[in-house]
Design a protein around this ligand. Structure first.
Ligand SMILES: C[S@@+](CC[C@H](N)C(=O)[O-])C[C@H]1O[C@@H](n2cnc3c(N)ncnc32)[C@H](O)[C@@H]1O
Length: 238
């Protein structure tokens, strides 16, 4: 049987799924992630859900193509985790969606804040909002992993129910960094974020809209913190 190969982005997500987990893959679309994990024996089975019938049809086609039964992967049409019971999943993946959508899906399922559940989240936008939301709503970020496809860097993070120490503005943008952390793309990520913060600050500096001066002030600790993180990271690599 042909093995399904994941893109670097989804491979990073797959690498954070605990072996043996009963997985719920929310917003599965083609169901590539659960199919790959089952084929490789990482997980015994999964629920693959999506909000729309079209993506679930694509998921069904992937199952057929790779010889996976609907006993191994149950397909569910539902919004977020609304059609999945807490006892059915000890790991949840939500990948390829905006950070706000991911937060809304978790907010609507308070059971994701209980037990020792693994939540593997891959936001395509609003990463800082998602980190803040997780910290304020009873989750702790345990690991962050970066991947690259072409010029684009992607973040995947592993969160669990827990109490997270508060983060500085720069940590909300870039996550925490620790000495000894293995992350070959960390410097490129910090450079990318600092460029984005500087462009945002330049725009705010030119603006005369009410509130933008205050927003510019909020950007300063972000830029300073990101610059310090870059210096610290470089020093650790020497
Ligand atoms: C860009 S695809 C990502 C597919 C796959 N998870 C990945 O990372 O490659 C986003 C999928 O999420 C689904 N989706 C969006 N909002 C959702 C929600 N609230 N609940 C379930 N699925 C949702 C969309 O229908 C779409 O199939």
């Amino acid at each position: 049987m042909r093995l399904l190969e994941l893109s670097p982005r989804l491979r990073a997500v797959a690498g954070l799924v605990p072996p043996g987990a009963r997985l719920a893959d929310v917003g599965t679309d083609h169901a590539y992630l659960p199919v790959c994990l089952i084929q490789r024996g990482v997980i015994p089975g999964a629920i693959a859900s999506d909000l729309r019938p079209g993506p679930l049809e694509r998921a069904r086609a992937t199952l057929e193509r790779y010889g996976i039964t609907q006993g191994q992967i149950q397909l569910r049409l539902c919004d977020g985790l609304a059609g999945i019971r807490p006892e059915e999943a000890d790991a949840v993946t939500i990948a390829g969606m905006g950070g706000e959508t991911i937060a809304a899906i978790l907010a609507a399922a308070p059971w994701t804040r209980q037990g020792s559940r693994s939540l593997i989240l891959q936001p395509m936008s609003a990463q800082e909002d998602l980190r803040r939301w997780l910290g304020e709503n009873g989750y702790i970020i345990e690991r962050e992993v970066l991947s690259r496809e072409g010029e684009t860097l992607y973040l995947a993070l592993l969160a669990r129910p827990g109490s997270m120490p508060s983060m500085t503005p720069a940590q909300l943008w870039a996550g925490r960094q620790e000495r000894g952390q293995e992350e070959p793309l960390r410097l490129a990520y910090l450079e990318h974020l600092l460029g984005r913060a500087r462009r945002a600050a330049e725009g705010l500096g030119r603006s005369s809209r009410p509130g933008d001066a205050a927003r510019l002030e909020e950007m300063r600790p972000v830029m300073d913190g990101l610059t310090e993180m870059m210096e610290e990271w470089k020093a650790w690599q020497r």
